[in-house]
Design a protein. Sequence first.
Length: 291
Amino acid sequence: MNPLPDETWPLLQVASAPYAGDELCPAPPHDDPLRAELIRLHALVLRGRLSPRDPSLRAAACAAGVVEPEPPWERVPLQHLPVAPLVPCDAWLADLAENTVPDMGLSSAERVLGPLVDERPGRRARRVAAGVMAFSPYMAPRVRPFDRWAKDRRGGTEQERAALRAVDRAPAMIWAVDAPGELRALLPMKPRLIPEGLVQLIPDRCGPSPGLVPVGTWLARVFRGPEGWYAALSLPLDEPPDPAWLLARMCLELWQLRCFVPEADWALLLRERAEVLYRCCHEWAWTAQEA
């Protein structure tokens, strides 16, 4: 019988185990045993004991009342998408997060890069990780660094604030790039949120765009800018995950989130818990390397 990863010595490394601790949610509600059971199973997935495609997860989610008849992405409202009046850079987003949360530079890398945190030690990867966490709840109650910055009217010009609002409204996604600048979403997404033209990378630091998104598989938030579409907080994936596995994993995260935030939908998950998407993709790559 194979030993459980967290009950062995020496410890068996699991892709998600050291990086998936979720300090954002309170303890399971004791007055709702059905939701407490779903949260317990969610923890088993994070600890490597249970597959995210195990049928017991959906059964528990249905019992807890967090699964609706139609797929969650079909409920995404078609809201107005803001257009950024200027093109921001990844360094802006990282600085926003680190100026709001001083220890963000230390914690964001593990939360976003997961087990590959030591294999992607470059400054750009860590800068993107901090930028990703700018749009994720980091302070109770569900306050994001971006929210705190947005309330401070002293920060940034009106154009800069409008540009960052456009990035905030853009959901994170895993994209297949079949030709330079031509992006295809690998998870369900409303057609209106998918770019209609070629997509350019935003600069790492202030300056001109480095060009169209190269061929490959990328994680990014794609928004409309002054001259078309742009990809913010982009990271390439050398080992893209199985889309069916990733969809099951993200649906599980949505069910768990609804235990505490009943109004959560697919769009909110991709916008405000983007670090889960990024980390899951890196967990898959780590597992593929270890196989």
